[in-house]
Design a protein around this ligand. Structure first.
Ligand code: ADP
Length: 498
């Protein structure tokens, strides 16, 4: 491949292009009118405007993207995540046009894109699955009987669901029919497919997923696990690798289960097999995501493997250059998704102008972002501003590094999840690794952040006081009022950082 078009925007487009350029391959960006001045557009060797801001009029115009590729002599398309990344029809058209799609085959996508088809495919490998119905519900009476057999509460799920949407908890049999109708309506309007099924509602699960890498020669490896239990609206905000509860034995078992899932759909490329784990460390297959995952940086940090480069190598037909035995976790990594959201108002998306935007830098700190100071956060797309990932020798050191990186991150103008992330890092249950997917619901209230900020201010004040005393040790007796003024003004600057 000599030229790759990245069919995406923002931080992930930039992150992909970095690896593409490192491999000596030319890059092409696409953009909407809202993203004309975005860093991913400036960074690319060539950039083409697709149309007006709404995704449907720009980033989702598959045919236009393919035409652009043919015009510019592009020989590979990287879809990133979201947008067209899991669209089998687009993948087929790309291949038919003689362009390499950097991702799995459309057939693998189709199997794993339907939660029911995925369950059917993995069943032959004895993969542990959440108890429930194996096919779409077409008879309510029968479904209620199944639900009673499983035991309430149960979950009604859309087979085509994604992004945490299309799930309904049903507490008792009397509510079943009504909830089922709502679930079907929701599934039709969100995904164009009304198929729903039942799953046992696992009371306090952890979300643990395995990163998969497979070549086109039948070699499938896993790149260890990620724990993604800190979620709001069934969607991840904080991830870490390795998982605190992981043992060698469990990792081997889950790793093999994930490899089997990939094998069940003849997978090639990078993918993620998601599991829920109950309090007895029993794990259940949830679904497979057939694309690069938002949280892939933490896996890269603990394995030293550039997953995007591996995707490209696999797409051009190369064999994986390492074996399972080569993959060992090195240290600990944590990622915080910095969303333009207001944690004090139900994590509602926020928009606005990044009046101040200064990401932290330092050893073991990685910021994948797609914005610069002064830019607006557009309303048209996912509200993620950046991903902040840290890596250190131990989990404790990674927690400390994350807290300092958050303190050093300056964002003014848009509500965001930085303070929330700091609060999580300080929470005794998180520090102890005693977490599940209800962590936010269980522990977080808007007041938590007010308290957090007060403690932060006290911390900053104490640090500045120590610095001040140290600097002025010699002339301590003569410390002037102008020096203390400068301390208070620095403190003030820190207070208004978010
Ligand atoms: P999506 O495809 O929308 O992301 P998933 O099936 O991957 O949906 O589930 C997303 C999240 O929803 C999980 O991480 C978990 O928090 C919750 N969830 C899904 N299924 C169950 C279940 N059976 N019991 C409890 N929680 C669940």
């Amino acid at each position: 491949m000599k030229k790759i078009l990245v069919a995406n925007r923002g931080e992930i487009a930039l992150r992909i292009m970095r690896s593409v350029k490192e491999m000596g391959i030319q890059t092409v960006a696409i953009y909407s009118e809202a993203d004309r001045h975005s860093p991913h557009v400036i960074y690319a060797d060539e950039a083409v405007c697709m149309g007006p801001p709404p995704s449907k009029a720009s980033y989702l115009l598959g045919d236009k993207i393919i035409k652009t590729c043919l015009k510019l002599g592009v020989d590979g398309i990287h879809p990133g995540f979201g947008f067209l990344s899991e669209n089998a029809e687009f993948t087929r058209k790309v291949t038919e046009a003689g362009i390499i799609f950097i991702g799995p085959s459309p057939e693998s996508m189709e199997v794993m894109g339907s939660k029911l088809a995925a369950k059917a495919a993995v069943a032959k490998y004895d993969t542990p699955m959440v108890p429930g119905t194996a096919k779409a519900i077409d008879d309510i009476g029968e479904a209620i009987e199944v639900a009673k057999g499983i035991g309430f509460p149960i979950l009604i799920k859309a087979s085509a669901g994604g992004g945490g949407k299309g799930m309904r908890i049903v507490e008792k049999a009397e509510d079943f029919e009504e909830q089922m109708q709502l679930a079907v309506n929701e599934a039709v309007s969100a995904f164009g497919d009304g198929a729903v099924f039942i799953e046992k509602y696992i009371a306090s699960p952890r979300h643990i997923e395995i990163q998969i890498l497979a070549d086109q020669h039948g070699n499938i490896l896993h790149l260890l696990e990620r724990e993604c239990s800190i979620q709001r609206r069934h969607q991840k905000v904080i991830e870490e690798a390795p998982a605190v509860i992981m043992t060698e034995k469990l990792r081997e078992s889950m790793g093999q289960a994930a490899i089997n899932v990939a094998r069940s759909c003849n997978y090639h490329g990078a993918g993620t097999v998601e599991f829920l784990m109950d309090e007895n460390q029993k794990y259940y297959f949830l679904e497979m995501n057939t694309r690069l995952q938002v949280e892939h940086p933490i896996t890269e940090m603990i394995t030293g493997i550039d997953i995007v480069k591996e995707q490209i190598k696999v797409a051009r037909g190369e064999k994986l250059s390492f074996t399972q035995a080569d993959i060992k976790p090195n240290g600990h990594s944590i990622e915080l998704r910095i969303y333009a959201e207001d944690p004090q108002n139900n994590f509602l998306p926020d928009i606005g102008n990044l009046q101040t935007y200064r990401p932290p830098i330092g050893n073991g700190i990685r910021v994948d972002d797609g914005f610069r100071e002064g830019m607006d956060i557009p309303i048209y797309y996912d509200p993620m501003i950046a991903k902040l990932a840290v890596h250190a020798d131990t989990r404790e050191a990674a927690l400390q590094k994350m807290k300092q990186a958050i303190r050093d991150y300056k964002i003014v103008g848009v509500k965001n999840t930085l303070d929330f992330g700091h609060w999580v890092m300080n929470h005794p249950a998180f520090i102890a690794g005693d977490i599940d997917t209800h962590f936010i619901k269980k522990y977080f209230t808007p007041e938590c952040l007010d308290k957090e900020l007060e403690e932060e201010e006290a911390f900053v004040a104490a640090t500045l006081a120590v610095q001040f005393l140290e600097k002025n040790k010699v002339k301590f007796d003569n410390a002037t009022s102008s020096s203390s003024d400068s301390v208070s003004s620095t403190w003030h600057k820190n207070r208004v950082r978010r």
